[in-house]
Design a protein around this ligand. Structure first.
Ligand SMILES: Nc1nc2c(ncn2[C@@H]2O[C@H](COP(=O)(O)OP(=O)(O)OP(=O)(O)O)[C@@H](O)[C@H]2O)c(=O)[nH]1
Ligand SMILES: [Mg+2]
Length: 239
């Protein structure tokens, strides 16, 4: 067993996942992979299973759920699995090629001295590639809001992260009641408040070329509401 588990949440990402798995293998980084799929109706699962057959040396596990349980739930379940199986580090990323696997090297080069490492598109200019106006507006607003309310400058909606499971207590998963996109800023606000050491490095994030976004208007509105709810929860939380 490798000491690193890479968690990939998927819904209908057949084209992306095919390229992504190849890119990951090319890095030659030692990791096991856990795909958490929420009811893909395209060929995502068969692409992954074919890839597994052709690359028997790499350990790829698949958890397939019948319907969409939420991206936050996928991350939480993946993290709990990693704790249970005693991995030292859990790496999380999107499966739509938004995060290039070359950046896993950056995560791993800072993960010994920090509890959480994450990539940020806000440390260097022009780091969000091919984002349209709406996407830029949503990400920038989330960044601004979390900066103001939680008093940190982390890229709080970025899922590209490495959790040090030996130093982070799994309580944070229980604190994050949320199952959707708000998981990302909630977990970060909690870990920051609990004084875990968080390190971020600059990275580029690419807009998707294949497939449709899984972000819907109700989910975006839910995040707006949850920022305020989490603000009060964090305020009441003891250090
Ligand atoms: N398992 C699971 N995966 C999800 C869910 N929602 C989104 N994903 C996956 O999580 C990743 C991020 O979702 P995206 O749709 O790319 O969300 P986004 O990055 O905010 O939006 P765009 O990149 O602009 O489309 C992708 O790999 C999705 O397939 C979910 O409810 N369950
Ligand atoms: Mg995306």
């Amino acid at each position: 067993m490798n000491k690193n588990l890479l968690i990939l949440p998927t819904i209908n990402e057949e084209k992306n996942v095919k390229l992504l798995l190849k890119q990951i293998l090319k890095t030659k980084i030692q990791l096991d992979i856990l795909v958490i799929d929420d009811g893909s109706s395209d060929n995502t699962l068969s692409v992954i299973n074919n890839f597994k057959k052709k690359n028997r040396k790499s350990k790829i596990f698949v958890k397939s759920r019948k319907k969409r349980l939420g991206i936050g739930k996928a991350h939480k379940d993946g993290l709990l699995y990693a704790y249970r199986k005693k991995y030292n580090y859990a790496i999380t990323m999107d499966s739509d090629l938004a995060h290039h696997p070359k950046y896993i090297f950056n995560l791993l080069s800072h993960n010994k001295k920090n509890d959480l490492v994450l990539g940020s598109r806000y440390l260097k200019k022009n780091s969000a590639i091919n984002y349209n106006f709406l996407r830029t507006f949503l990400s920038n607003s989330a960044f601004l809001m979390t900066r103001l309310l939680f008093n940190h400058n982390f890229d709080s909606t970025n899922s590209f992260r490495c959790y040090n499971l030996r130093t982070i207590k799994k309580d944070f998963i229980i604190f994050c009641k949320t199952d959707h996109y708000d998981f990302f800023f909630t977990s970060l606000a909690y870990l920051n408040k609990k004084k875990y050491s968080i390190f971020q490095f600059p990275m580029k994030i690419y807009s998707r070329n294949y497939g449709n976004t899984k972000m819907t208007l109700p989910l975006a509105l839910r995040s707006v509401k949850m920022i305020l709810v989490v603000f009060f929860k964090i305020l009441l939380l003891k250090n």
